[in-house]
Design a protein around this ligand. Structure first.
Ligand code: PEP
Ligand code: MG
Length: 847
């Protein structure tokens, strides 16, 4: 025989009752705190996780013992109380205990209409949530005796028994149904998606009803003391007479404002004492519960009751402001404020966003490659984007995929959408660097650049000039100009990150290629540049032709002449970067991409080039063909170019050193860091180092100036990681380029991965896109091997990660654990990285 539920499994909530979040859930604990603050909470009983589990498993419910706590003929409510608010729970049921007899009694004490409303509502809730009947027959429009009779009859017809009249049976059935709902597969999956463990428990709270419906001032409402979007102090909420629960929010037209409001009557005017009490309760809960709470209250015949309180739902920007204000008011410690803000949520503050409350007309869905939202007129080419920018018209650049020659167009665009590509595709990397909202791999759209038409999966057609919105945070493109929220880089944001910096123990630098990137990086307090990709500089106005001349040079002299023209341009680039970074370290990567990226791809472009170089078109075509590679990303690029055409690296080294001297003369000493890409063998480093050292010596002699520099290697081939011990002997630093390292470890092209990545992740082949979240097992093992072998050879070797993973909290945790000195990420991810690093440091502190 089953044992009846243990009496001790429920407890009346009092200031001293043994109630914890881990045994009875957040709501029970919160109500106890409100009781301790002497707020007028109706009598409440809490059932533990253990008790609810036993009920779900079929143990009889001691409804009589529970109801006995509430005196004679009680009406009660039951609400869920999971360990964390976000994990949800079954719907609340109000007015348990209503039956024909109570209906008749309440008709005399509270009036016929109130009594009928209460009974009708209970029958509806019970039928839908407990008996799980089809809601339709219970959705009656009016509240009168006839409607009540109709729902009672509908219940009887469906269940083949009259509506249960016994309050004990009613309560037992409500508790049983809520306990079982928690165990259902859908509910389980939903809460697990929000981080709940498989065995998460549910508590239930049974509370005496404050009716809110009846004679005198009666009603219900919610109040909070903060604007949920901005986080600024502001009383918001609604109150509705003759209502229960959250009815006031469902019927804003009929509801009263809380504070005086020109738009209509307010609770402050109608019931000033009640309003004053609510303000007092808000202040008390802020200081004593150390949180901004939304209070749910009921007024019964002029008497105020606090029914419930929940943490105010808030936008990310409000979350930052609330945490900082609580710490500044001495209510929580700064470290706690740091921990209260989820690092990823910060990126929402850095860019304009589509207002989540506004309607959205989605036309495409892809990979959220760079966060933030932008809107503008559609353009289909880089040239059109630049023309649009010149007219001062914001535009969205749409391409099948982007190539280096699109960079200028991307600079000019407000946002980017591509049909193909993954999270580390060209468009994604450049857009993140520029802080440009970007959606890539929008499968299903068809981009026709020739006709300048975009077709969407639902068959719509958008042409040049049509306005769309890019939501790079969600990975969506929307028709028209959606409603937007402005970025929020306010004082609260800066204060929070200042507190984060005070506790973190791993450095954060930025990947910055241009003066604009560098300025953004400094604005976000990056501790230097961890990766400056120099190749983008050669795409700038006036340089591309010189670059092409260099590539097409027939003799050493011709090449030297072209490089001599590029030298002052590069030097100026570096001067500006060094100036902006004002003495902070700047790590410059020598030229990396295959040369063909600088060449035109179509006949028109080749004709233009033939004219510019004054060469026959046939020769241009032949040379372009000769430079074409079958698999360029694994061909003649990176250090392989540096070894075979050493003049390019020599020119770059000279430009770096001369810039360092020039800026050093004017201010802080610059110690440039020079990084060699795509290394796989020690000898490559030796060859480049010999030449760079020779250039340094020549510049020192020529300029009569002393300077220091540091040489390092970008570890982005598996072999470089494995041979890090010997490679490190020639290096001051190793920086792991996890984009290429992931590509090469998996044998998976960065630019093509988007085609099947969704399927792979859905089928569980990869837990995540490894270009997005560092593959800690495979690529991570190479990082650990490289770090260990490198440091064994050179104990003070500087270690870092500069791939796109550098801004991810998971990768930062990995690097910190592995003893890396810093991570480097796109400028707009620097704040996220700073906060994530602080979280990790705080989590490691002894409690
Ligand atoms: C890398 O490969 O990780 C890297 C940072 O370099 P790029 O993305 O320029 O290849
Ligand atoms: Mg690389």
């Amino acid at each position: 025989m089953q044992k009846p539920m243990d009496f001790r499994d429920f407890v009346e909530i009092s200031p001293t009752a043994r109630i914890t979040r881990d045994t009875h859930g957040w709501r029970a604990k919160c109500l106890q705190r409100l009781v301790r603050l002497e707020m007028p909470v109706p009598k409440t009983v809490a059932l533990s996780f253990q008790a609810v589990r036993a009920i779900a498993a079929g143990q009889p419910v001691e409804a009589a013992a529970i109801l006995a706590c509430f005196g004679p003929a009680p009406l009660v409510s039951v609400r869920p109380s999971a360990q964390e608010t976000e994990w949800g729970g079954p719907s609340t049921v109000l007015n348990i205990g209503m039956n024909a007899q109570r209906h008749a009694e309440l008709a005399t004490t509270h009036g016929q209409e109130a009594a009928t409303t209460l009974y009708l509502r209970f029958v509806q809730a019970y039928a839908i949530h407990v008996a799980r009947l089809d809601p339709d027959p219970f959705m009656v429009g009016t509240v009168d005796e006839a409607a009540l009779d109709a729902v009672l009859a509908a219940y009887e017809a469906e269940m083949e028994e009259p509506f249960p009249q016994d309050p004990l049976r009613q309560l037992a059935e409500v508790l049983r149904s809520m306990a079982r709902a928690w165990e259902g597969t859908t509910a389980r999956l939903l809460r697990q998606a929000k981080g709940a463990p498989a065995e998460a428990g549910l508590g239930l709270v049974v509370q005496g009803m404050a009716l809110g419906i009846g004679r005198g001032v009666s009603g219900a409402g919610v109040i909070q003391f903060i604007d949920p979007v901005t986080g600024q102090p502001q009383v918001t909420g609604r109150y509705l007479g003759q209502s229960q629960g959250r009815d006031a929010l469902a019927d804003p037209d009929a509801a009263l404002y809380l504070t005086r409001d020109p738009r209509g009557p307010s609770l402050e005017e109608v019931a000033p004492e009640i309003f004053a009490d609510l303000i007092r309760f808000g202040q008390a809960s802020r200081t004593r519960l150390r949180e901004e709470m939304q209070i749910e209250f009921t007024v019964e015949a002029g008497q105020l009751f606090v029914i419930d309180a929940v943490k105010v739902a808030r936008s990310s920007r409000a979350g930052v402001r609330i945490a900082v204000a609580l710490a500044e008011d001495g209510i929580i410690a700064p470290e706690e404020a740091v921990l209260r803000v989820e690092p990823r949520a910060l990126s929402e503050l850095l860019h304009p966003q589509v207002d989540a409350r506004a309607p959205r007309d989605r036309i495409a869905r892809g990979i959220a490659a760079s966060p933030g939202a932008a809107q503008g007129k559609l353009v289909f080419s880089s040239a059109a984007a630049q023309a649009s920018a010149a007219r001062g018209e914001p535009c969205i650049l749409v391409r099948r995929e982007t190539a280096p020659e699109d960079v200028r167009g991307m600079h000019a665009a407000a946002g980017v959408l591509t049909e193909r590509g993954g999270i580390t595709s060209h468009a994604a990397v450049i857009a993140r660097g520029l802080g440009l909202p970007c959606v890539v791999g929008a499968s299903g759209i068809l981009v026709n650049p020739r006709d300048r038409v975009l077709r969407t999966p639902d068959g719509r057609r958008f042409g040049e000039g049509d306005v769309i919105t890019i939501d790079g945070t969600r990975g969506e493109a929307l028709a028209g100009a959606a409603e937007m929220l402005k970025p929020a880089l306010d004082q609260a944001f800066r204060t929070l990150l200042g507190w984060a910096d005070a506790v973190r123990d791993i450095g954060v630098r930025a990947n910055a290629d241009t003066p604009a990137d560098a300025a953004t990086a400094r604005g976000f307090d990056a501790e230097g540049i961890g990766l400056c990709r120099t190749e983008h500089m050669f795409f700038e106005e006036g340089r591309l032709t010189v670059m092409r001349e260099m590539i097409f040079a027939d003799t050493r002299e011709d090449r030297a002449a072209a490089l001599d023209r590029l030298l002052p341009m590069q030097r100026d680039d570096f001067v500006r970067l060094f100036e902006i970074m004002a003495g902070l370290p700047v790590c410059i990567r020598l030229f990396d991409p295959p040369l063909h990226e600088f060449l035109p791809h179509d006949r028109d472009g080749m004709l233009e080039l033939a004219e510019a170089l004054d060469k026959p078109l046939s020769e241009v075509i032949r040379r372009v063909e000769a430079l074409r590679e079958t698999n360029p990303m694994l061909g003649m690029r990176g250090v392989r170019l540096g070894v075979t055409i050493p003049e390019i690296y020599e020119m770059q080294a000279r430009a770096i050193f001369e810039a360092a001297i020039e800026v050093g003369r004017r201010g802080a000493a610059v110690v440039p860091e020079i990084m060699i890409p795509l290394v796989s063998a020690k000898r490559e480093v030796e060859l480049v180092k010999t030449r760079v050292d020779a250039v340094a010596a020549a510049v020192r002699t020529h300029q009569g100036a002393a300077f220091d520099y540091r040489l390092g290697v970008m570890v982005e081939t598996p072999r470089a990681a494995l041979r890090a011990g010997e490679i490190a002997q020639h290096c001051h630093f190793l920086s792991f380029g996890t984009n290429d390292l992931t590509q090469m470890t998996y044998g998976l092209s960065r630019d093509d991965a988007g085609r099947f990545m969704n399927a792979y992740v859905q089928l569980g082949v990869f837990p995540e896109d490894p270009f997005h979240i560092l593959d800690a097992e495979g690529v991570g093992e190479l990082l650990l091997i490289g770090a260990e072998r490198g440091r064994a050879a050179v104990p003070n070797l500087l270690l870092s990660l500069c791939g796109e993973h550098g801004g991810n909290p998971e990768s930062i945790a990995f690097c910190r654990q592995a003893g890396f000195d810093y991570v480097s990420c796109s400028p707009f991810r620097v704040p996220v990285a700073r906060l994530a690093a602080a979280h990790l440091a705080l989590a490691d502190r002894p409690s």
